[in-house]
Ligand binder design. Structure first.
Ligand code: ZN
Length: 195
């Protein structure tokens, strides 16, 4: 059963995966939003719910195997594969190069769904697509939880995401929230978080 965008957003808010306030990001920049998809995926029941949108979308596609890049994609790929009743494998970086290890293989002509948690530039997904193609297997689609590309990423295959999140950040000396001086700056993960 697929969730509406509002229901997905509710899960992200409930699990504090998406917070509104005034945040110091790890880059040193400030933002009015904090976003961490792993906070949703730490709850298997929420993972099941948000992944159902991807599984439902690809339900009628001819798929043999789901593949995902480590780390973020593994949970999503595994849950989507479970719901579709398919095999689940993952790629990982070895000396910065995305590879298929642990005895995982793809056969020629095997039909593959690529999954990921968060897509910003789509870099990891494009690397996985290349691995699939190099092995002579066939990409049938791309499923991911959150689009942070503001709808810009186009993988060239049927693609489905469950939520679009745009996080705008500012340099500390040009932050409108600092200028307003109403909401104290917090570091995500610390207790003092304004909602
Ligand atoms: Zn600020």
């Amino acid at each position: 059963m697929s969730l509406s965008e509002n229901e997905v957003l509710e899960i992200f808010t409930k699990t504090e995966a998406l917070l509104n306030g005034h945040f110091l990001l790890t880059s040193g920049r400030h933002s009015d939003k904090y976003f961490q998809c792993a906070k949703v995926l730490q709850y298997p029941n929420y993972t099941e719910q948000v992944c159902s949108n991807i599984a439902d979308f690809f339900n009628d596609f001819d798929i043999d195997t789901v593949i995902a890049p480590a780390m973020g994609g593994i949970i999503v790929g595994n849950e989507v594969a479970r719901q579709l009743g398919k095999r689940s494998i993952f790629t990982e970086r070895e000396e910065k190069i995305m590879t298929l290890r642990r005895g995982f293989t793809l056969k020629k002509g095997e039909k593959v769904l690529v999954c990921e948690d968060v897509v910003t530039t789509g870099g990891s997904v494009f690397e996985v697509i290349n691995i699939v193609k190099q092995l002579g297997a066939e990409v049938v689609g791309i499923g991911f939880i959150v689009d942070r590309s503001n709808g810009k990423v186009n993988f060239g295959y049927p693609q489905k995401n469950t939520l679009t999140v745009e996080v705008i950040s500012y340099p500390p000396d040009d932050c409108p929230l600092c200028k307003e001086n109403k909401i104290p700056l917090v570091k995500p993960g610390s207790r003092k978080v304004t909602k």
